[in-house]
Design a protein around this ligand. Sequence first.
Ligand code: PEP
Ligand code: MG
Length: 582
Amino acid sequence: MGEKIYNGIPASGGIAIGPALLYHPQGLSAPRRILRAEETKGEVDRYKEAMAKTRAQISELEAKMKDKLGEEHAAIFQAHQVVLDDPLFMDEIPQAIQTRRLNAEFLLVEALDKFRAVMATLDDSYFRERGGDIQDVGNRLIKNLTGAEKDVLKKLDREVVVIAVDLAPSDTVNMPTDTIKGFCTDVGGRTSHVAIVARSLGLPAVVGMQSLTAEVQDGDMIIVDGNKGLVVVNPLTPTLKQYQRLKESYEAFQKSLEELRALPALTPDNHQVTLAANVEVPQELDEIFRHGAEGIGLFRTEFLFLNREEIPTEEEQYSAYKELATKTGVSPAIVRTLDLGGDKFLSHLNPLNESNPFLGLRAIRLCLKRPDIFKAQLRAILRAAVHGPIKVMFPMISTLAEVRESKILLNLCVQELKREGQVFRSGIEVGAMIEIPSAAVMADLLIQELDFLSIGTNDLIQYTLAVDRVNEAVAYLYDPLHPAILRLIKMTVDACHKAGKWVGICGEMAGDPQFVPLLLGMELDEFSVSVSVIPEIKKVIRMMPFEKSKEIAQAALQMKTSEEVLKLIRDNVPPELKAILF
Ligand code: PEP
Ligand code: MG
């Protein structure tokens, strides 16, 4: 068994060494099993039991939903009960078990695949919606049949390196870092959800490995080099020793950064920026100040909605945001309203099976379609804001109308809370993310109706360059230094400053130390980055003269290619910084 080295996309720095755990998230894969004649009756019974279980689960969900949000919202589950009576589930599968002598889950997956292919050719929204329902019910039934163990990653009793085709947000929420030392996925790019989570948890990770899952066996020794984007399978002793040394020196470097914790993000020529943290899951809140953050520039709220069937209540959200306010104290925290869709998907909220989810009913679009969900979140935010300086930020804004409509709903919540005599804070600061080119181009108009903007480069790059941020096959085109991106950033910054407002950047680009000298010179007021990279980014800021960075930015905006921009940065940073960055 020789050592093998594979290349991927570096997603989160550091080195992890440990045995592989091949993780197959519960999903629609169901291996084919041929049945003996005498087994078919038992298989039909097993299928019927799963049907009954599915029916009971749906009834329970329906009752819960009715209780929490009223009759109208429970309708989706009533529709699901009707779907269970569809001939596909009632007759076709049991018949196929007997005639084709195959296991139920395999037949279901096959039938659903065919069904999906047919639905994709239809252009009628009624059928599409019904198609979504059948798919949802089918998935639930398959889970009940396969008994796919939930939360396998959360119940580990040993240290592992996780190897998976992909990890869904539901897998990564609450991932235990005491047992999971790093991970590698076949799919994904630097800004896919899974890569962001890795950085926020400080776990070394490599994504876009293409077919590593086919090469690795459970228990193989794995080295994840998250700095270079390499994975070594079954390393020979000299390699293992070399990586153990590298791991130690990387960890020592990280430790040496701790002395920066209490120092401001101030350049040698006294230009100060705010260095804030992006928070994915509440566990990180205890870490952010230890890493020297000055607040939270992006509090993602999707964690509240994932891994569950029902929508979190206003009360539940209020306690989460109150915890945020309490833990951050006097430091500002920007709560971003729900950004589901794209690669953060919740089938029961968006059952349309969109063929282009990143261009679909995502984020603010979904919230404006579902004011019930949106208002519960806004009310919870307004109430929690009495406990600390919380601001609110809307994602995926592409038009002024969306800003206005969102603000109307926010005001409506203010009026409601007032009428009800609730304690809340009015006059909360309101901002929007600039992550769609249309928004960047009209930042001057948007900022007139907002208090601040924050540039979400993860999506801005995806939408400007037409490069799916989670598709490893086009990852080579995903280029933060593309001249078009630099111009959009500069345009947004200038628009805000002209209006006398502040502007931040909260995409992953801000957390890449090589880009910081340039972004500083673009005159961004706030950098919001994953918790684990805060010390390194602070170190770069403290070594980079602002005047020099402005020269770099000015020159960069004249460059024709990203290669030229990178060379410009390399050639113009002070030598002691160059030694760290390049
Ligand atoms: C972004 O798009 O840059 C961003 C910060 O939001 P998310 O990664 O959650 O889409
Ligand atoms: Mg985004």
